[in-house]
Structure formats: structure tokens, C-alpha cells
Design a protein. Structure first.
Length: 367
């Protein structure tokens, strides 16, 4: 609430005038300026404001739709990712999530389905750890989960680990958090190597992203700041089924963290964007691509639609600087909405940010 009122006040103002001055010797007259002060009235408008405090939750909730309110309730419930469970993998697995909890198109059936867990794209054979103390109630195989483990405790908590390559526990066995329960894999209804995790409380499913701890290293051994590059959908090179794509991604991963250097085209000088792409394609043995510009690479490609783009294709951008040509930046598409490119430094980056979407030019495949 506020109240408005006007008030008349007085202030001193300096003004300028002129007068005539006569020279007593010559009799000549001149006009001279002089300053003088006067008092004048002016009007001010005064607003008296009364501030009322509102609960932040009420303000925020009033601006959300139903789905956003549900997510915000999860946030409040978990105090911003205060996890109940131990990490299932000995790495910062947030960087390797390939499918989140929620409604999605099932990659196997093509049907819309509620995904009740989180998929983490790690190579087959990655050690999986129990995320809680409890009893193994299931350690078996079925056509959907593949090899999977279920751990429960007396408080009503339950965690599941699916699509594993091998199991290291059996039903009825007691486990402690951090115990080795098996190796990740690609069994059951699965399209690639990954670990699927779920968590329940009293039979109700919850989003694992809010309840499982994350480790501190990447799959390559760097700390979490080293290769994340602003994306959580990185697919490890070892997880690609196509040997050509795997070779390409392994070569690209060798230079993560290298700085951007204008005109750079080799590890000894570091790279710029086009130098990096040319080096990776040539030295992975995938395609001999002599050093050229981003536009030069585009000119050697067949355009590919976004719907048909796949890992190993090249992604192009325009208008990232004033170059006098359409294509100004280039990267290698990794799939899953992610590219590896020479930003500063070389890193994985989501292509779905507002910046990259606003500069997107197209996908291409080398001829």
C-alpha cells in the first residue's frame, strides 16, 4: 500500500543577468553578465509506502504450473538434493545421465511411458555399489530389467539397480552401503550400456536424482569441473556401439580441457574450433580432413536433418562472431543433445541452451 501527497517547498536559485557598464575615461559602454540569487517555490510529490512481507513459498507457488509446483515440492522436501542414499557409482554420475525420471518415449517400444528411474550411461563392467544398508530381496534376471538387484530395509526404503552385466550378491544377503553388488551392463530391455536406478519409500516411487549421492570424479578420472562443460547428458566414448564413433569420441576426449587458441590445429599449439574437428577426424582414422575453416568443413558435408542427426555427425553454428561467411563455429555431435567442441576450453556442451539454439545452422555428414 502507498499514500501520495504533494508539498510546496522553497529553494535558492542562482540566475544570470546583464547590466551596462560605462568606461569613465573613454565613455564607451559594454554589457556585462552577473549572477544573483532568488528564492523560488517548487512542488514535490511524496509517496509513503507500506511494505508487507509474504512467505516466499506462497509467492513462488503462485507463479508455477502444476508440474513446476511438484518439482518445487521435491526441492523443499529434499532441501536441495539432500540425499538419503549413497552413490551407486564411484564417479560424478550426474554428468552421465542419459534419461531422466518422468514421462518419455520408450526407446525400445516407441510408446510414451513413465520412466520410474534414472539411466546413467557408463561402460559395461563399471562397478555398482549398494546405496543403502539392507537386505537383498531380489537378485535375478527378467526380460525388462535384465540382471537386476533390489535392496530393502525395515524403514520402508528400497533401491533398484537394473540392466547389469553380472551380479555379485544373492537374494537374502545383507549388504552395507558401498558394498560391491555387481557390474553395469546392457541386459534386458536396453539399447546401450548403462545403469538404471530406482528408489521407493513405502512402495511409492521417487526421483533418484534427488536422493542418491554423486561422486567427485568423471569416468576419465578428472574432477567434476574438468569435463562437465555445462551438460549432464555426456555419453562416455566406451558406450558407443559403433566402433567408428567410439574411435572418434575417444580421440576427442583426449583433449578435454585444452584452451582455445585462434589458428591452433594440433595438441602442440592447442586448437580453435575447426582445427579441433579436423584433427579429431583425421587422427582417429575416421576421415582424412585437412585443416580448413568451419565453413570449409561445412562445404565438404551433406546436410542432415536434426531428426536424422546421430553421434559422429558435425554440428555447425552461425553468427558467433563477424566472419563474413555463414558458418562461424563447428563441433562434433555426441548424440543425446550434446556436442564436444573447442569452446574455451575444449568441453562437452548441451546444444539445447538458448545461446546455441539461437546460433544453430545445421548438421552435416562428411562426404
Amino acid at each position: 500500500m502507498y499514500k501520495r501527497q504533494e508539498e510546496t517547498r522553497t529553494r535558492t536559485v542562482t540566475k544570470t543577468g546583464t547590466h551596462t557598464v560605462t568606461d569613465p575615461v573613454t565613455g564607451e559602454t559594454t554589457e556585462e553578465e552577473y549572477e544573483y540569487e532568488v528564492e523560488e517555490e517548487y512542488t514535490v510529490t511524496i509517496l509513503e509506502v507500506t511494505l508487507t512481507a509474504k512467505d516466499l513459498n506462497v509467492v513462488v507457488a503462485g507463479r508455477m504450473n502444476e508440474e513446476q509446483r511438484e518439482i518445487y515440492a521435491f526441492y523443499n522436501q529434499t532441501h536441495g538434493l539432500t540425499q538419503q542414499f549413497y552413490k551407486p557409482l564411484d564417479l560424478y554420475w550426474y554428468n552421465y545421465v542419459s534419461s531422466y525420471y518422468g514421462w518419455r518415449i520408450n526407446p525400445v517400444t516407441g510408446q510414451e511411458q513413465l520412466h520410474r528411474g534414472v539411466d546413467i550411461a557408463v561402460p559395461t563392467g563399471t562397478t555398482v555399489y549398494a546405496a543403502m544398508d539392507g537386505t537383498v530381496t531380489t537378485a535375478t534376471y527378467d526380460s525388462y530389467y535384465g540382471n537386476y538387484v533390489v535392496i530393502e530395509d525395515e524403514k520402508g526404503y528400497c533401491t533398484k539397480y537394473a540392466h547389469m552385466d553380472s551380479l555379485n550378491v544373492s537374494a537374502g544377503q545383507s549388504v552395507k552401503k558401498g558394498d560391491n553388488i555387481g557390474k553395469s551392463g546392457n541386459t534386458g530391455s536396453s539399447t546401450g550400456s548403462h545403469l538404471h536406478i530406482e528408489c521407493l519409500y513405502n512402495g511409492e516411487y521417487y526421483n533418484p536424482l534427488f536422493y542418491f549421492e554423486a561422486g567427485e570424479q568423471t569416468i576419465y578420472g578428472e574432477t567434476t569441473g574438468g569435463t562437465g562443460g555445462g551438460t549432464s547428458n555426456v555419453i562416455p566414448p566406451e558406450s558407443y556401439d559403433d566402433a567408428t564413433v567410439q574411435a572418434l569420441m575417444e580421440e576427442a576426449a583426449r583433449y578435454l580441457g585444452y584452451p582455445y587458441v585462434w589458428g591452433g590445429s594440433s595438441p602442440s599449439t592447442s586448437f580453435d574450433c575447426s582445427g579441433f574437428v579436423c584433427w579429431v577426424f583425421t587422427n582417429s582414422g575416421v576421415h582424412n580432413l585437412p585443416r580448413t575453416t568451419a565453413q570449409g568443413i561445412y562445404d565438404q558435408c551433406t546436410p542432415v536433418s536434426a531428426a536424422d542427426a546421430k553421434a559422429g555427425d558435425i554440428i555447425f553454428f552461425t553468427g558467433t562472431y563477424n566472419a563474413g561467411r555463414p558458418v562461424t563455429h563447428v563441433g562434433i555431435y555426441c548424440g543425446n543433445g550434446t556436442m564436444v567442441h573447442c569452446g574455451d576450453p575444449i568441453q562437452y556442451t548441451s546444444i539445447n541452451t538458448s545461446y546455441w539454439q539461437s546460433h544453430f545452422y545445421g548438421f552435416g555428414r562428411l562426404n
